[in-house]
Design a binder for this molecule. Structure first.
Ligand SMILES: NC(=O)c1ccc[n+]([C@@H]2O[C@H](COP(=O)([O-])OP(=O)(O)OC[C@H]3O[C@@H](n4cnc5c(N)ncnc54)[C@H](O)[C@@H]3O)[C@@H](O)[C@H]2O)c1
Length: 225
């Protein structure tokens, strides 16, 4: 990117720490931590602040869109817009309709994602949607494999990278996502699916309790300090 392009891009972005800055927005994408009560309170607040035709999207990785939508008086304008990490590199946006999301809102969000240079793919509202229904149990299994002493982190990640052609190993990916976020997602899957096969690995719970959240805390399955 040239300096000129970078400056032009920056000039189109403004930041604020007061939620009232959302009052005139056409589309809000919420990205607070993966905690149901927090999402519900933010959506209830945004519903009061944002203009009536504003679309309220959530970047949630696993929580029910319909449940979040129920915290607002505009469930037809609430939708899941799940960006992948790291966002500048990953093309996918997983678009999730809640029970009451209107067709117009889905069409607008698909087109907004395309304008951002992303490839949107749709799915229905179910714990973890498609991406994390499949990804997080794999990461959890890698953590169980480590916990049981089957192999060291480098070997687990190396086997999955070289053997399965994954661009990053599951333990390094958990550190990138944030081990707290992975734990929140496993809890949503475990409770939502009602099946113990989704129970979070004890080592994952222990690491989050100890503040070993991955890259963002400097320590996870690997040391980033
Ligand atoms: N980490 C990932 O790889 C990833 C990928 C896709 C989607 N997500 C989803 O994005 C959301 C955020 O996850 P994250 O990993 O970035 O979490 P994070 O904990 O790294 O960041 C959350 C941000 O929310 C802010 N925040 C916390 N409480 C707030 C409040 N009450 N009001 C306003 N801001 C508040 C924090 O200051 C922080 O900047 C979650 O729903 C998560 O599931 C995460």
């Amino acid at each position: 990117m040239t300096q000129e392009d970078a400056d032009a891009a920056r000039s189109r972005i403004s930041t604020a720490i007061d939620r009232s800055a959302c009052a005139d927005a056409d589309l809000v994408v919420e990205a607070v931590p993966e905690i149901l009560d927090l999402k519900l309170s933010i959506f209830s607040e945004l519903d009061g602040i944002c203009k009536p035709d504003c679309i309220l999207a959530t970047n949630t990785s696993s929580i029910s869109i319909s449940e979040i939508a129920a915290a607002t008086s505009r469930p037809s304008k609430v939708i899941g817009m799940h960006f992948m990490n790291p966002v500048p590199i990953m093309k996918l946006v997983e678009v999730i309709n809640g029970k009451e999301t209107s067709e117009d809102v889905t069409a607008t969000v698909l087109s907004a994602a395309e304008k951002m240079g992303k490839i949107p793919l749709m799915c229905n509202d179910s714990p973890g949607f498609v991406s994390n229904r499949i990804l997080c149990p794999m990461i959890n299994e890698a953590i169980l494999t480590l916990q049981e002493g089957v192999a060291e982190p480098d070997a687990i990640d190396g086997i999955m990278k070289l053997g399965m052609n994954h661009p990053i190993g599951p333990l390094a990916l958990s550190d990138l996502i944030g081990n707290d976020t992975v734990l929140h997602i496993m809890n949503v899957l475990h409770e939502g699916m009602g099946d113990d096969k989704y129970a979070p690995a004890p080592l994952l719970i222990e690491m989050v309790d100890e503040g070993k959240l991955g890259r963002k805390s400097g320590q996870g399955f690997y040391d980033y300090s």
